[in-house]
Design a protein around this ligand. Structure first.
Ligand code: URA
Length: 273
């Protein structure tokens, strides 16, 4: 298959990034929220801002070794925006710029008892309750994470003693009906989705979010490795609401800890190759 890498100095239409700006980065962290890019990058190490256009805000970060022994390749942090379409656009452009590995770092609503606010879900597979991934692979095709990268995240969570579970998410195109929320403007949930949360629970699905299925399927179609982890900011077995900013910060601290440890391990392994 012919791959269309960006030409020297070519600037991508949506992300406004070029290969030169990435300084050799081949790994990208992908939060949904542009407002979380800088704090995520700074939690990894010294950071420089790159650009901001539409929902795509980006930074480069130099992941700090403990102790600082070698200068690692920088890691790109780039927001995807909310939902499948903007996420797939982001992946397409990053692939053209030479990114080989992506880790979604997001937030989520848990639907199983025992997954508490502030816990982290490391996602091994996703229900494709979204439309974008069907533009890359038929619905029969699974949305699965890269095994090695996921194992690395789970190991990092374990050694850092971060409360976590490895689970299956349901990636929905909507925050309200697709996630069977009734606290919307009309309060109406289409018949198709009424009772759907109970069914997902019965099947062992752990959480709702909006991007991971697109990340997994699109990454597979583009030949990238992909993983995803999300901090729990809504506990749907108790409430439809999003938790307080304090819980949000707790979840954020925890997923940052996992990602920092995992990247350290990954870059150290690469340095030995
Ligand atoms: N993100 C979602 O998509 N759903 C939630 O409940 C929380 C975060």
């Amino acid at each position: 298959m012919d791959h269309h890498y960006a030409e020297p100095h070519e600037v991508m239409y949506h992300t406004q990034l070029s290969r030169e700006m990435l300084m050799g980065a081949d790994t990208a962290l992908l939060p949904g929220d542009p407002g979380r890019v800088r704090s995520l990058a700074e939690a990894m190490g010294p950071t420089v801002d790159l650009t901001s256009h539409r929902e795509y805000t980006s930074c480069l970060t130099q992941v700090q070794n403990r102790p600082v022994l070698v200068q690692n390749r920088p890691v790109l942090v780039c927001s995807t925006g909310m939902g499948g379409p903007s996420t797939a656009i982001c992946l397409e452009e990053l692939a053209r710029l030479g990114i080989k590995r992506v880790i979604r770092v997001g937030t989520t609503g848990s639907i199983q008892e025992g997954l508490e606010l502030g816990d982290v879900v490391i996602i091994k597979a996703a229900v494709r309750l979204e439309g974008t991934s069907a533009h890359y692979a038929p619905l029969e095709f699974p949305a699965v994470a890269d095994f090695e990268l996921t194992q690395l995240l789970a190991y990092a969570a374990l050694v850092e003693s971060v409360p976590h579970q490895v689970g299956i998410c349901c990636s929905s195109d909507t925050f309200w009906p697709g996630q069977e929320r009734y606290d919307s403007f009309t309060g109406y949930v289409l018949r198709r989705f009424q009772g759907s949360m109970k069914e997902w629970q019965q099947l062992g699905v752990t959480n709702y979010e909006m991007e991971t299925a697109t990340v997994f399927v699109t990454a597979q179609a583009l030949g990238l490795q992909a993983a995803s982890l999300c901090g729990v900011v809504a506990k749907r077995t108790e409430s439809e609401s999003i938790a307080s900013p304090e819980i949000y910060r707790l979840a954020e601290n925890r997923f940052q800890t996992i990602v920092r440890r995992a990247l350290n391990e990954l870059l150290a392994r690469e340095g030995k190759k």
